[in-house]
Ligand binder design. Structure first.
Ligand SMILES: *Cc1c(COP(=O)(O)O)cnc(C)c1O
Length: 382
């Protein structure tokens, strides 16, 4: 039996050919390909600066570090997200304060967010989960003086009221992990319009060095060594990845268009299943569909969520729960003395969501087969 994967990177011959030059050039780490990838990425996302890093996690860490967030500070993060959205706050010695999420958009619940604001709140990380932008304008209204950092790991090419993800807050962080829409194996990107922040992030990414390796090697003063004014990190992307990223970025619009087409197909075809609540797309958003995540209403469904997933697996269809409720993970539960019921929205999203396969290596037959199997559930049980 054929198995339909939940995700599969859209890598082809072009990426394979693109790595030859940087690989043979003798300059393997951050260099001209990364610089070009950054310029193109900034252009596509409508921002002044794009700064490549090793992952979205390190991109977020760079932003928080550059904003000098540290011990005693609080950063609000949604409770339903990938664990690293909260981990990066702890890397800085600050405290993550969770806010609940909305069961229809899976993004931060702005009313709950309002309750979590305090005098110590130094930033809000708004996650654009699965490719749908969080309601940034409402968040800005509630907290006009607090910087908003976008966790845009899933949201390359997504839009909010005609503006691109990554240009909506003080800075954005993107991921190029293979589960995301475009990939460099591992990799990330910071976007920002803020010159000072961009400069600080470039320095922190490169060990805190005041001049970069490229400048040092190209300059006429061989005796020059950089000064180190900050505690930095090595979060540089390799030029091999930069070359892959450039090719991937050139395919982005086509990849998203295709995802939109099949997401619309799911939305249309699965509408009649009253036990399956489909992802909501508010008017302000242009979704990029990094994942197609549905919510099972177990009061109406033929089986429990896990049994549905098991049944789909037996039919050759791989699925996953949407993502984690971070407040329910052992480390966070124990360290911050949290209960599942503290964030009922996140708890339910964790318990009842299913991510259906949607990626750029699926065929029309794959989508039709999945819809057919889902529609046959009730019939088979009768
Ligand atoms: C994937 C993901 C991350 C982490 O991205 P990496 O590049 O793997 O570090 C962070 N936040 C969200 C919402 C994600 O989906």
């Amino acid at each position: 039996m054929k198995r339909i994967q939940i995700a599969s990177p859209a890598i082809g011959e072009e990426e394979w050919l693109a790595v030859k030059d940087p690989l043979l050039s003798g300059w393997l780490t951050q260099g001209t390909y990364v610089a070009k990838f950054e310029r193109e990425f900034a252009k596509r996302h409508g921002v002044k600066h794009a700064i490549a890093s090793t992952s979205c996690t390190t991109a977020l860490h760079l932003i928080l570090s550059a904003l000098e967030i540290g011990p005693g500070d609080e950063v609000i993060v949604p409770a339903f997200t990938w664990v690293s959205t909260a981990n990066v706050v702890l890397y800085c010695g600050a405290t993550p304060v969770f806010a609940d999420v909305d069961r229809r958009t899976y993004n931060i619940d702005v009313r709950d967010l309002e309750r979590r604001l305090s005098k110590r709140t130094k930033a809000i990380i708004a996650v654009h989960l699965f490719g749908l932008c969080a309601d940034i304008d409402t968040i800005k209204k509630l907290a006009p003086d607090i910087p908003i950092i976008e966790d845009a790991a899933c949201a390359v090419g997504s839009e909010y009221k005609g503006k691109t993800a990554g240009s909506l807050g003080i800075a954005g962080a993107f991921s190029f992990h293979p589960r995301k829409i475009i990939t460099t194996g591992e990799g990330g990107m910071v976007t920002t319009d803020n010159d000072e922040l961009a400069e600080r992030i470039r320095i922190l990414r490169n060990h805190g060095a005041s001049i970069s390796e490229e400048e040092r090697h190209q300059g006429p003063q061989p005796y020059l060594l950089p000064e180190f004014n900050f505690l930095g990190y090595n979060y540089r992307m390799t030029d091999i990845q930069g070359a892959i990223g450039l090719v991937q970025l050139s395919k982005l619009d086509t990849l998203i268009e295709e995802r939109r087409k099949w997401a619309d197909f799911y939305l249309q075809e699965l509408r009649s299943l009253e036990w399956l609540i489909l992802p909501e797309v508010p008017n302000y958003a242009k979704h990029s569909w990094q994942a197609f995540v549905c919510y099972v209403d177990e009061n109406k469904s033929p089986m429990k969520r896990n049994d549905i997933m098991k049944h789909l697996f037996e039919k050759g269809i791989n699925t996953r729960p949407g993502t984690h409720a971070v407040h329910m993970l052992n480390y966070y539960r124990k360290r911050f003395n949290l209960e599942p019921d503290d964030y009922p929205g996140a708890r339910d999203c964790y318990k009842y969501t299913i991510s259906l396969p949607l990626h750029n290596r699926m065929t029309e037959d794959d989508y039709k087969y999945i819809v057919k199997i889902l529609k046959e559930f009730l019939k088979e049980l009768k």
